[in-house]
Ligand binder design. Structure first.
Ligand SMILES: [Fe+2]
Ligand SMILES: [Fe+2]
Length: 367
């Protein structure tokens, strides 16, 4: 066990106490001996939702810097702070002997008069308590058992504390990360005559001016299209999409000898003028879906497609560091996106004065 102490004085201590003592007093009035242990002391953790919070955000950022310095000075890898708590001892209040089960213990003496208050004591008689001044922090091995004798003065004593982990101390506690079931998103740029496809899309709209409902709002969506040989450019697109999707299917899904193929089940055109957008939806009944951008302005704000997290994690935590709840792709003329049909998506509003044309399709498996 490492019995060396790390000590440092924090000059902002008094200032912090002044800003937070009223909240601490109000909490004390509510529950003067609240704690999670077996002592007589007022202890509030930063995750105690029934107590008024003190400025834990400030403490966390300051303490983290110190813990990182400490780790660097000892060649350790910093593994993160645990919850922060404060201990407020009025007359007669104390903490029984305990340890913090590994890692390091960090104590900050916030209100402390060395002439009347006892510093932290250690049950091992060979460990001498370091001399403490108001504002000091003390870091020591989390396995060292310690206690605080009863406050025999009328003046309160206040400390904050937390524990932190380092990698070499507890290598068995290393946290590993695997990603289960990642969501694929395939995209590629096709070299097709987008003007010719756009002309065919406008001809279709002229022949069937009423928009199909579905997800398109303030825009025009065709019915499912027939594989009509007079729409040569659209059929060429469909051939390309069939090739690309089968390429993915063969290389990423099929085992050797599996002869199944993918086929376009249905496809349709969507023309979104200024203000047109598509509400959130999925494409039921197919394996893979896609969109191809026939006409859009380069770098124009013509409505990105937004893909929404499938796992509802946004109900639990609002922001996710790995990927946010929505991931968007701006439209790029000539670009094809393919994605699993169950992946919910929507399209932002077209903010430009010019049409945005896309062809969408559903792709199924031929058994
Ligand atoms: Fe402790
Ligand atoms: Fe869609």
């Amino acid at each position: 066990m490492d019995t060396k102490f790390y000590k440092k004085n924090l000059e902002w201590t008094n200032n912090f106490v002044q800003r937070n003592i009223d909240a601490i007093e109000r909490n004390y009035k509510k529950f003067p001996s609240k704690n999670r242990w077996n002592c007589n002391c007022h202890v509030v953790h930063d995750n105690d939702l029934d107590a008024e919070p003190i400025d834990y955000e400030f403490l966390r950022s300051e303490y983290e810097k110190i813990a990182i310095d400490f780790c660097e000075s000892r060649g350790l890898k910093f593994n993160g702070l645990g919850p922060i708590w404060y201990n407020y001892y009025k007359s007669g209040q104390y903490q029984e002997p305990h340890d913090h089960d590994g890692g390091y213990t960090f104590i900050h003496y916030m209100i402390f008069d060395k002439n009347i208050h006892s510093s932290t004591k250690f049950t091992d008689k060979d460990i001498e308590s370091p001399e403490i001044d108001q504002g000091d922090i003390l870091i020591f091995d989390g396995k060292i058992q310690h206690y605080v004798p009863a406050n025999d003065s009328t003046s309160p004593r206040l400390t904050t504390a937390f524990t932190f982990d380092t990698e070499t101390v507890t290598p068995d506690k290393q946290i590993n990360l695997d990603f289960l079931f990642p969501t694929p998103m395939w995209w590629t740029d096709l070299h097709l005559d987008t003007n010719a496809i756009a002309n065919e899309c406008y001809q279709l709209r002229d022949s069937q001016p009423d928009s199909r409902g579905r997800s398109t709002i303030n825009g025009w969506q065709s019915d499912d299209l027939k594989f009509d040989v007079s729409q040569r450019s659209l059929l060429k697109l469909i051939d390309e999409v069939t090739m690309v999707s089968n390429n993915i299917f063969r290389s990423q899904y099929l085992e050797d000898g599996d002869r199944r193929t993918l086929t376009i089940l249905n496809y349709w055109v969507c023309i979104n003028p200024s203000g047109g957008y598509n509400a959130r939806h999925i494409h039921p009944g197919s394996f893979m879906s896609g969109v191809y951008y026939v006409k859009c302005i380069e770098d124009g704000d013509q409505g990105s497609i937004q893909f929404h997290r499938p796992d509802l994690e946004d109900f639990i935590i609002r922001q996710h560091d790995l990927k946010h709840n929505d991931t968007s792709y701006p439209p790029v003329q000539g670009r094809l996106l393919l994605f699993p049909s169950q992946l919910a998506h929507s399209v932002d509003s077209n903010e430009m004065d010019s049409d945005r044309i896309a062809v969408s399709f559903n792709i199924g498996i031929n058994d």
